[in-house]
Design a protein around this ligand. Structure first.
Ligand SMILES: [Zn+2]
Length: 460
């Protein structure tokens, strides 16, 4: 099946045509490992996961590389603040990052190289840029002369009038209003980590890292490059400038960027107190599947406004989908046949998914199946219809991955424990009751207390 996607470079939705047979080579900008990933970062990684799953589902072979930024301004600043070596800091947060990805059911890329282990390739590119006269040395650092690259600004569409030739910037992040010569290599500073190389003693700038890693693992020309929208400038603009001069031609065919996440309509920041990590949401008792569903259910080109209400809604939706699937698994068969409608809706699900990952539309067809089956009465559906519904939901789950295919039957042992807990609560022995709740949860079930009763449900 053909897949099309919005390309930031051409500002168009384009059909993906691999450079090589059926193989799509994908480079995804990875995390800077200096702190816990926040939910804005995680939305991007869930999007990347959905994109990868979609491409594989459509029949492509996908080879994905994602860098780990374990040295840059932020890593160094934080290692100074905490007074721990930068490697210790970055290893710790790298481990936590992969834990977050696994919890969110994001597939781990084929290769995840660390910046600090790829210095020779960065040096090779910097040497070539110096030789080509597009890079220059200044006080032990090496800068990229953006005035010498005629295509500078083609991705971010910056106004070239703004270019200040000769003005330099040493920090890795700066805004679009100030396009300047950026650092490829930063001269060693007191106490900062450094590498002794043929271009001097120092450390690489952030942007050269992605040019080097993508070149080493994917070659001079690859298919897709992903990132959050905030990386378009300066990071990806600079990457294009470096890679295209080094290789002598275009290096990436499709640039794919996912939109921002806001919290209660505002930018997330520690000072506003609206800064959330996966851990902090877990501690508040939200299920990770609900978080995954909330992120994946918004189109990647729309801003996602995170609220606790939307998270609660996502949790209800995930529960409802699972309840539906469980009821289908337990249904008695009747004689109403809806197989052709179900198959049509399944086709629509994938048709919209392959069209610029229009997940919102895709999901609406999944709900059409739920509505149709419920309207007909699940126990009235033919055996064939029930089987086709399960097959469809299994194919949807290849993408969304929040469904557990188990019947709703609650084991007798769980029912007994729940009843015992209810009695303890009535006796106001809350401590023992809570212990039982935990025991039941470890067995994969959760109890929801109502006014005068309780319900047991599977823990999704
Ligand atoms: Zn990058």
């Amino acid at each position: 099946m053909k897949v099309s996607i919005y390309n930031t470079l051409t500002e168009k939705i384009e059909e993906l045509i691999p450079l090589e047979d059926n193989l799509l080579k994908v480079y995804s900008c990875g995390p800077t490992v200096y702190d816990h990933a926040h939910i804005g970062n995680l939305r991007y990684f869930v999007f990347v996961d959905i994109l990868m799953r979609t491409l594989k589902n459509a029949g492509y072979t996908v080879y994905q590389v994602m860098n780990i930024t374990d040295i840059d301004d932020k890593v160094i600043k934080r290692s100074f603040e905490l007074n721990i070596p930068f490697r210790e800091l970055s290893r710790k947060y790298e481990k936590l990052f992969f834990e977050d990805l696994k919890k969110l059911k994001c597939k781990i890329p084929d290769k995840t190289p660390r910046a600090t282990e790829e210095i020779p390739t960065m040096v090779k590119i910097i040497e070539s840029l110096l030789k080509k006269g597009i890079a220059y040395k200044k006080n032990g650092s090496i800068y990229y002369d953006i005035s010498k690259f005629k295509d500078y600004g083609k991705l971010s569409k910056i106004d070239k009038e703004q270019l200040k030739a000769g003005a330099r910037v040493d920090v890795d992040s700066y805004d679009k209003e100030n396009p300047r010569d950026f650092a490829l290599w930063k001269a060693v500073k007191e106490n900062e980590p450094s590498f002794d190389t043929s271009v001097g003693i120092g450390r690489p700038g952030w942007h050269i890292e992605c040019s080097a890693i993508s070149y080493k693992y994917l070659g001079e020309h690859f298919d897709i490059h992903t990132g959050g929208i905030d990386l378009i400038f300066p990071h990806h603009e600079n990457e294009i400038a470096q890679s295209e001069v080094f290789c002598g031609h275009k290096t990436v065919n499709y640039w794919v960027h996912s939109e921002h996440l806001f919290v209660d309509g505002r930018k997330m920041s520690k000072s506003l107190g609206n800064f959330y990590t996966l851990r902090s949401l877990e501690e508040k008792g939200y299920s990770i599947d609900a978080i995954r569903y909330l992120f994946l259910s918004a189109h990647f080109k729309t801003q996602l406004n995170f609220t606790f209400k939307s998270l609660k809604n996502a949790e209800n939706t995930v529960n409802n989908i699972n309840d539906f699937v469980n009821r289908i698994l337990d249904a008695k068969d009747g004689d109403i046949d809806i197989t052709s409608q179900v198959k049509k809706y399944e086709e629509k699900f994938f048709e919209f998914l392959y069209n610029n990952i229009d997940i919102t539309k895709s999901l609406s067809y999944m709900f059409e199946i739920i509505n149709l089956a419920n309207n007909k009465g699940i126990d009235n559906l033919s055996k064939n219809s029930l089987e086709v519904i399960i097959a469809s939901f299994k194919s949807f789950n290849e993408i969304i991955d929040v469904i557990t295919f188990e019947s709703t039957e609650i084991p007798k042992k769980i029912k007994e424990l729940a009843e015992k807990r209810w009695q303890l609560r009535k006796e106001k022995n809350f401590e023992s009751a809570d212990k039982l709740r935990v025991e039941i949860k470890t067995k994969g079930f959760v109890i929801e207390d109502k006014k005068d009763s309780y319900i047991i449900r599977k823990d999704h």
